[in-house]
Design a protein around this ligand. Structure first.
Ligand code: ADP
Length: 605
């Protein structure tokens, strides 16, 4: 991975170079006609003003002088036809280019999404990483216009630079003094533009956090799955008040920006007016004195006015490029966000696996409190181990460490005797079929949720396997209720006929998904909490048979799951307080397990 410099330590030029290096080739590969079309548009832009600049004075001088009708006709023909032709070409090209705006921005948003889905999991809970994601998204948005916006400004800059060269030559041939005046004004305006942009970039940085909050309140909380809790706990007032608070904070940033930028905008307008007036008076004076012919007077006024506009334009291009590069650079930072977990390249051996936790300690990033302290646990090949303990004891955290969502702060986890950090990450995570408490199903069809593959790509064998799993996990009865069986779409995001499975039904779909993955180590982290105890017992029993010889880790509050396990590890305050078989643990006087078992058993007796 190339090194990406922090935003505050490099010049805009380096940022622009990074953007061009990182984003342009990808865009050119995906949309090969985009850059050639931009170049063609630039060429039309360059040629157009020169036709008028050279042909108009010739027409005026011919009108005052020779008055040859044929010559006048030829000049007029060149002027009208030339401009018309270039306008038509430019219009067609611009039209085609407009289509690329949407396509390029969609393409880069997809790359951001793809990258955020592949980011190390712990970064998804990291405030800085989330802010950076927000900055990358908004930075690519209307703030910079992404590749489209930057390429447009770059081509305009090149076009304007070439035109300026031509206009300066024309004016310098007649009267160099005007160039000095125009340049002076332009430099002053450049300073105003620069200051104004600095304010804008600062405002962007200040509002990243509140933008993310806006997204949370505007999008996330309007998700109807929050609906029940919001209504029954009467949370809407609290949420709206919080939203108002963030809106106020954001508004104060925009007010600050507007106040600061106002004086610079006024300065720019004033200087432009003064310079245009000076040019006209000076050229008119020279014409009255007879220094310039009427044609030359027109040419100078036109060139000076044009040059003034071009110089303003090029300053606009430069300041826009500075602004846009600053924003789009956030995309480069995000796409090169430092990895949180080191990854090796060892291959994982096929077959069953032995897992060992050696003196594993862990604190969540940004927190000092130890969630796990000195955990030692060995899980032999094909063994079933149950992790039990009170809420917050650290069971899920242990499983997250095993799945490499985080790395231990101290100690090591070994798979087949090798530190799991040494394995190729993609290979390593294929070892596990976990079902977490907070698993998520997608708003796609049931079979897509189980196979994690597009429905139309599933072959007959795969479909057959899904059907078999559906039968085995007890989903069959449920699917009979769904109008289109396995093809039924979950939830109502995309389909108003989408089905709303109950918590228990969702858990069964998640279990089928885990079985479908067919990984050698299965982890169930309380995925059955929404089921009644009998159904839970049945599921575990059945599940245990289905996974055959695989290694399994079960976390459940209901100790029924322990009946299928070779060993039970009882967690308390981040440690394994008791370890053994059911019978061994029941014999510990005043033991945590024995007490938990007794407390639960009385409900079932
Ligand atoms: P258990 O599975 O035994 O109920 P967990 O492993 O989920 O316990 O949690 C152990 C402790 O770690 C709890 O105190 C919990 O608040 C804390 N914790 C869990 N997830 C996070 C997180 N992402 N960031 C910070 N603390 C966390």
């Amino acid at each position: 991975m190339k090194k990406i410099e922090p935003r505050n330590q490099i010049s805009v030029l380096v940022k622009l170079k990074t953007i061009v290096r990182e984003m342009f080739p990808v865009a050119a590969k995906r949309f090969p006609f985009f850059f050639p079309l931009e170049a063609l548009k630039m060429l039309c832009d360059i040629l157009m003003p020169f036709i008028a600049l050279f042909v108009s004075p010739m027409i005026i001088d011919e009108l005052i002088g020779g008055r040859r009708l044929r010559t006048l006709f030829v000049y007029a023909f060149i002027l009208i036809l030339g401009e018309a032709l270039l306008s038509v070409i430019k219009e067609i090209v611009s039209n085609r280019l407009n289509m690329y705006q949407e396509r390029l921005s969609n393409f880069f948003y997809m790359r951001i999404s793809e990258h955020s889905m592949n980011l190390d999991f712990q970064l998804t809970e990291d405030k800085d990483a989330l802010d950076q994601l927000e900055k990358a998204n908004t930075g690519m948005d209307w703030y910079s216009g992404g590749v489209y916006g930057i390429a447009e400004q770059l081509f305009m800059f090149m076009g304007n630079a070439i035109k300026i060269g031509g206009f300066v030559t024309v004016i310098a041939l007649h009267t160099p003094i005007l160039i000095l005046v125009i340049l002076g004004g332009v430099l002053l305006n450049g300073l105003f533009y620069y200051k104004s942009n600095q304010v804008e970039v600062e405002a962007f940085s200040r509002s990243a956090h509140s933008n993310r909050m806006f997204e949370y309140f505007g999008w996330e909380l309007t998700d109807f799955r929050y609906g029940k809790d919001i209504r029954l706990y009467d949370a809407s007032d609290m949420l709206l008040n919080k939203w108002d608070g963030f809106a106020d904070r954001q508004m104060s940033v925009w007010m600050w920006r507007a106040g600061k930028q106002c004086k610079y905008s006024l300065g720019i307008v004033l200087i432009s007016v003064i310079i245009t007036a000076f040019n006209c008076f000076y050229a008119a004076l020279m014409a009255i004195k007879g220094v310039f012919s009427l044609g030359t007077f027109t040419q100078i006024v036109e060139a000076a006015g044009g040059l003034n506009n071009l110089l303003q334009g090029i300053i606009g291009n430069v300041t826009e490029l500075i602004k846009r590069s600053n924003y789009a650079y956030e995309y480069c930072i995000f796409m090169n966000y430092p990895i949180a977990l080191p990854k090796g390249n060892r291959e994982v051996a096929p077959g069953l696996h032995k897992i060992e936790f050696r003196n594993v300690c862990f604190s969540y990033p940004g927190s000092d409190s130890k969630v796990l302290s000195g955990v030692n646990l060995t899980i032999e090949k094909g063994e079933r181990v149950s992790l039990v303990g009170l809420n917050g004891a650290g069971k899920t955290t242990l499983v997250k460490l095993l799945c490499r969502l985080y790395d231990p702060t101290e100690g090591t986890i070994l798979l087949d005797g090798i530190d799991i950090r040494e394995y190729n990450y993609d290979e390593y995570i294929k070892v596990f079929s976990p079902v977490f408490q907070d698993f998520m199903l997608f708003a796609f069809s049931v079979n897509e949720n189980i196979a994690i593959k597009e429905g139309n790509e599933l072959d007959d064998l795969e479909k057959e396997r899904i059907v078999q799993l559906v039968r085995q996990t007890g989903l069959e009865d449920i699917l009979e209720k769904f109008p289109q069986g396995l093809e039924s779409i979950l939830f109502k995001y995309f389909d108003e006929n989408g089905v709303e499975p109950s918590g228990g039904e969702q858990q069964k779909i998640a279990l089928a998904r885990a079985l479908y993955k067919d990984a050698p180590v299965v982890i169930l982290d309380e995925p059955t909490s929404a089921l009644d105890p009998i159904a839970e017992y049945e599921i575990y029993k059945h599940f245990n048979e289905l996974i055959d010889k695989k290694t399994a880790l079960y976390i459940s509050h209901r100790l029924s799951s322990c009946r299928f396990c070779n060993h039970i590890a009882v967690f308390s305050d981040g440690r394994i307080a008791e370890y053994g078989t059911h019978d061994e643990l029941m014999k510990i006087a005043n033991g945590i397990y024995a007490k938990m078992f007794e407390a639960q058993a009385q409900y079932y007796r």
